[in-house]
Design a protein around this ligand. Structure first.
Ligand SMILES: [Zn+2]
Ligand SMILES: [Zn+2]
Length: 321
């Protein structure tokens, strides 16, 4: 059974189940002068809600004591349960303005064939049958992109007053367009969402018109300037060694760029073909989408750096040195 873990005085990591390969997500309960702030919500499943209710009861915390909900970002495993929790707690919810926009775009889009996803996959050269598999997987997760109107939107740099002292909102785009970390200078601790995960390289989501990988690398530099002893991630155990993690992750993405450049030496390829070069084993549709977007994020970054060019074709795009 999952039990809350005290991570700072009066602040708890609460681990909730996920029905995926990545089998859990962490939310955090932070004491306020009156009541609590909840960082992230978990996926919108009955199992997740029951687990949160049980763990709050173990802490003697009732739903109505949760006064604020803060989202690090709006991926389904972090925002899916939000509507239910808002109804149970009456709390106010906040997120970055870019997350608000992305969430609204997905939540208000068609159920199974979001135009941007369809267009991105077509341009990436993903075969039609696989696009259908990806869109079916997307339709299953879609209810976990709720149409939320936040009470407050952030730009980054703001301060939250809590019983732990001040928490600074550190903008860390890359994994998602408006990802935010919460930094306690006093406790040398970073609530890092999915920006940094122990033993997992966060997925970099390609974003139309943005250099997501470049933004992610800049976000790592921003965190490297902070004095951090403890990282409290959105998945997995708390960990240490922020600087070493940042160095290793930068190397990982440099290596991935080299693999892509190496594959293009033989001639132009689509992003879909490049997925095969980076991940030689076939991927399930759900994972293939993340793989295509990860490759696209690297290609976009390499394009910005002047290392590759996109060659638009009538039905797809080729990438070339
Ligand atoms: Zn995420
Ligand atoms: Zn996550």
């Amino acid at each position: 059974m999952l039990t809350p873990r005290e991570v700072l005085p009066g602040a708890y990591q609460i681990t909730l189940p996920l029905p995926f390969e990545l089998s859990s997500v962490n939310v955090y309960l932070i004491p306020l002068e009156t009541g609590f702030l909840l960082v992230d919500c978990g996926l919108g499943t009955a199992e997740s809600l029951a687990s949160l209710e049980t763990q709050l009861a173990q802490l003697g915390v009732s739903w109505s004591q949760i006064r604020e909900i803060f989202l690090t970002h709006t991926h389904p495993d972090h925002v899916g349960q939000a509507p239910r929790l808002l109804a149970l707690t009456g709390a106010k919810i906040s997120m970055h303005s870019d997350e608000k926009e992305q969430l609204a775009r997905i939540a208000r889009g068609p159920a199974n064939q979001p135009a941007w996803l369809d267009e991105a996959l077509r341009r990436a050269g993903v075969p039609r049958a696989l696009v259908e598999g990806i869109e079916a997987a997307f339709a299953r997760i879609k209810p976990n992109f709720p149409d939320l109107e936040p009470d407050r939107v952030w730009r980054g740099g703001e301060i939250l007053e809590t019983s732990l002292g001040e928490l600074e909102l550190i903008p860390t785009p890359g994994h998602s367009p408006g990802h935010l970390c919460l930094y306690s200078k006093q406790h040398r601790t970073l609530f890092c969402g999915d920006h940094m995960l122990k033993e997992i390289t966060p997925n970099i989501g390609w974003l139309d018109g943005r250099d997501a990988l470049g933004e992610f690398l800049a976000s790592l530099e921003r965190v490297a300037e902070l004095e951090v002893d403890t990282l409290l991630p959105g998945h997995g155990e708390p960990f240490h060694g922020s600087q070493a993690w940042i160095a290793a992750t930068k190397t990982h993405h440099q290596n991935r760029c080299e693999v892509i450049l190496g594959a293009l030496e033989a001639g132009p390829l689509t992003a879909h073909e490049l997925v095969g070069a980076v991940w030689p084993q076939p991927l399930a549709p759900f994972h293939h989408r993340f793989a295509v977007f990860e490759v696209l994020a690297h290609l976009e970054h390499l394009r910005k750096c002047g290392r590759v060019v996109e060659l638009p074709q009538p039905s797809h795009s080729l990438w070339s040195l």
